[in-house]
Design a protein around this ligand. Structure first.
Ligand code: FEO
Length: 396
């Protein structure tokens, strides 16, 4: 039967043979509002090589795309750049169908694939001759997992960068320059904030090492979203900007509320920020989720969090978000905590402790109302917004 899944050629010897996941909306807790792709690549050289596979349910789609170029059993090598199951989920099925001569991963990748699937693979050391071109491997530990590495096919100048420079963005176009730049930038920055941000120092080291490696890159081929065939300086500059985390003249106010008391404080604070001519966004956790919050936090130099107290704890939605954000290690933020309570009032104190643990600058003590904020408390929240917005402007 004719395949409707075709491969797409990206260079003389390299084909895209991945899968498009139009439906996914929850990627281990990350809201993927535009779906994603799981990119895999086929190198047709004297040694035919498959770079990465796809998430397990998309195995057939990948194999059909491969089959439009070559009999899959002719594949000699499979390279696993990253063992997370969105790229390795179809690996055991692929090995069974293809019977490759060798499968390569980094040293940590070999251990991870053994732990996940009980399979033994070879450790990639380089360069690996494919015939007319070589594959070289650069370990990128913790970008995104300890096993991660990137591969470079020198004949066609293709950098297979696995998660790095990716976006969760499903589409029928292959190249980044075919997408609306504002959508691409948003999804790239969201991906960075939610997947990569915790390893920003390693990203800076990688960016610094790229000129040293002197790779004649003609294509950057990440494992998610569209590929880059030009404007590499802009791609690297965007990643450097994300990684440096310099304060931006922008604020976000994140709140949970039970009976609108904390919400009133959030709005008063935000109005203070606005009156100081700083752009501000309010995020209500009743209708938003954690990856949206982290995306906004990454873009904002001033971040405020407010929640009520419930059963002697901060409201659970806020605890979820703060735990998530803390793990992603945002830097260089002015912070502010606020909340409301009926009696015991632990919420705003606990938020303050979380912001302190993230080393945010907290120039103003938290504001917490009993039951409903008074006019005086709302004024204090407004004034706090003005003061912190002015401080932010002075910091930039
Ligand atoms: Fe796309 Fe870390 O996996």
């Amino acid at each position: 039967m004719k395949s409707f899944y075709n491969a797409e050629r990206i260079s003389d010897n390299v084909w895209w043979v991945g899968a498009v996941d139009w439906s996914v909306r929850n990627f281990h807790g990350y809201l993927t509002g535009r779906g994603t792709t799981y990119n895999a690549f086929l190198i047709i050289d004297e040694k035919i090589t498959l770079i990465d596979t796809v998430k397990k349910p998309f195995f057939d789609e990948m194999m059909e795309r491969i089959s439009t170029v070559i009999d899959p059993e002719k594949i000699d090598y499979i390279i696993s750049n990253h063992a997370e199951p969105d790229h390795s989920g179809a690996l055991t099925d692929a090995i069974a169908a293809i019977k490759p001569e060798k499968v390569f991963a980094s040293a940590m990748g070999a251990k991870t694939l053994k732990a996940y699937y009980g399979i033994d693979v070879d450790v990639a050391s380089g360069p690996l001759s494919l015939g007319t071109g070589d594959l070289t491997f650069v370990e990128t530990k913790m970008l995104h997992w300890p096993d991660s590495m990137v591969s470079f096919y020198d004949r066609d100048g293709v950098l297979f960068s696995q998660d790095a420079f990716g976006q969760h963005l499903a589409g029928s176009k292959l190249w980044a320059d075919e997408y609306d730049p504002s959508i691409l930038e948003y999804e790239m920055s969201k991906y960075y904030a939610n997947i990569i941000n915790a390893q920003s120092s390693k990203i800076l080291a990688l960016l610094d090492s790229l000129p040293v490696l002197n790779l004649p890159i003609r294509i950057i081929a990440p494992d998610h979203g569209p590929l880059f065939r030009k404007d590499f300086d802009q791609v690297f500059a965007a990643y450097r900007r994300y990684a440096e985390q310099k304060p931006q003249k922008r604020a976000v106010v994140v709140f949970s509320t039970m009976w609108h008391a904390t919400e009133k404080l959030a709005r008063a604070f935000a109005d203070g920020v606005r009156s100081a001519q700083v752009e501000v966004e309010i995020i209500d956790l009743a209708v938003s989720e954690r990856s949206e919050v982290m995306t906004a936090v990454a873009r904002s130099g001033l971040v405020a969090f407010g929640a009520p107290t419930m059963n002697n704890q901060m409201f659970p939605a806020m605890a979820d978000v703060l735990t998530y954000i803390k793990g992603l290690k945002p830097l260089n933020k002015i912070g502010f905590a606020f909340g409301s309570c009926g009696w015991s009032g632990e919420g705003a104190k606990q938020i303050t402790a979380e912001l302190e643990a993230m080393k945010f600058d907290l120039p103003i003590a938290f504001i917490q109302s009993k039951y409903m904020p008074t006019g005086e408390e709302l004024q204090k929240a407004f004034d706090a917004g003005v003061e912190l917005a002015e401080k932010l402007k002075n910091n930039i």
